[in-house]
Design a protein around this ligand. Structure first.
Ligand code: ZN
Length: 107
């Protein structure tokens, strides 16, 4: 599963030491899942990979991702898959097939 792979690479990075004890912000863009569903799934996998890591040290942020309106063909950026097209209000498809996760360290 995609989320499992992401969780594993995050935990591997944390285990390498440099990131230990720091707070982590995960910037998520794109993908077919709803953002809440993706976040819940990612958190489950993080807990499974690293039960000793504090869940509170991870924050998930959903950044706007490129989408394509199926009604009028407008390309726009939106953080949620159900955000309507700004031109015609129609539904849209994600231009990024899989979620992309960037890891940011804070504090
Ligand atoms: Zn449109």
């Amino acid at each position: 599963m995609h989320e499992a792979k992401i969780a594993r690479s995050i935990v591997t990075a944390l285990r390498d030491g440099e990131l230990a004890g720091r707070r982590v912000v995960l910037h998520v863009r794109g993908g077919h899942h709803g953002p809440d569903e993706f976040e819940a799934s990612l958190r489950l996998h993080l807990e499974a990979e690293a039960p000793d890591l504090e869940p509170a040290s991870f924050r998930v942020v959903h950044d706007p991702a490129p989408r394509l309106c199926v009604g009028c063909g407008e390309e726009f950026a939106a953080p949620r898959p159900d955000d309507p097209c700004p031109r015609c209000g129609g539904a849209s498809l994600p231009l990024l097939d899989h979620e992309q996760v960037e890891v940011e360290l804070v504090g």
